[in-house]
Design a binder for this molecule. Structure first.
Ligand code: SF4
Length: 255
């Protein structure tokens, strides 16, 4: 059986999305926010060697994993220990990209190309972006990092191309909400130019994309008025030409 395993490196974050349960509460898990200890990471990874199931690992649940002071070392260790995929079959990173500087991108791309594992082990970096302008970024993220994330994302794709690698895929996310719905077309246009520039096919999807290709994906906001959020998301997808009126847009993974 395949098991999706989220190991939360931290529940701290460096932005403050109004939609996020991490940012809405000072005690995200009912206790003070913290960072996973190095020994805990090592012990949990070691335990995966005995798992009877195929592990699909993501070092994130709430919070932003790259703010962990030991993030690079922890990820590098995980890949060093994963010879012949003995610990995990796949690995994906969810990030807001604020701290995914070019040097860190080069590290991740190098780990994805580790020779002692399946080529598609490090499947994806999900970029939680949600804005096509600095003003909207502040409205949906509560911080002024638009240009920095845009620069980091471009550098990531360029570094991967320079390395001649296919992995990890870049998945660029836009969660539709009242503060950003007006610029969903601009968002797609901006990042379509980047992905299209690689010369490889990429996807534009109305929910979680497959890890087979780079993608821009448009998702509904999870909130108290889910019917309204789903309707706003559906209307945006119709405008983008990736859905028709009345389509069911949620991928099975959304539930
Ligand atoms: S970047 Fe992620 S963890 Fe941080 S506040 Fe936004 S949704 Fe929450």
């Amino acid at each position: 059986m395949a098991v999706n395993l989220n190991l939360e490196l931290t529940d701290h974050c460096n932005v403050c999305c109004p939609m996020c349960s991490q940012s809405l509460r000072s005690l995200a898990h009912g206790e003070a926010k913290s960072f996973m200890a190095w020994d805990t990471w090592r012990r949990v990874l070691a335990g995966l060697a005995d798992a009877p199931d195929e592990i699909h690992l993501c070092p994130h649940w709430l919070g932003e994993p790259t703010v962990h002071p030991d993030f690079d070392r922890m990820v590098e260790y995980a890949f060093a220990m994963n010879r012949d995929n003995r610990l995990f079959r796949t690995f994906k990173l969810h990030t807001n990209g604020v701290l995914l500087q070019p040097q860190r991108s080069r590290l991740l791309i190098r780990l994805a190309a580790s020779p002692h594992q399946a080529a598609d082990t490090f499947t994806t970096v999900h970029w939680s972006f949600d804005a096509a302008s600095a003003t909207t970024y502040v409205a949906v993220k509560g911080a002024d990092h638009y240009q920095r994330v845009a620069d980091n994302l471009r550098a990531f794709v360029q570094a991967r191309e320079t390395a001649g690698s296919l992995w990890p895929r870049a998945h660029i996310a836009f969660v539709v909400q009242p503060q950003n719905v007006h610029e969903v077309e601009r968002f797609v246009e901006q990042w379509a130019a980047l992905l299209g520039g690689t010369g490889r096919p990429w996807d534009l999807t109305a929910d979680w994309p497959s890890h087979e290709r780079d993608a821009i994906y448009i998702r509904p906001l999870n909130c108290a008025d889910q019917a309204a959020a789903d309707a706003m998301h559906a209307a945006a997808c119709v405008r983008l030409g990736i859905a028709k009126e009345g389509d069911v847009l949620r991928a099975p993974e959304s539930f």
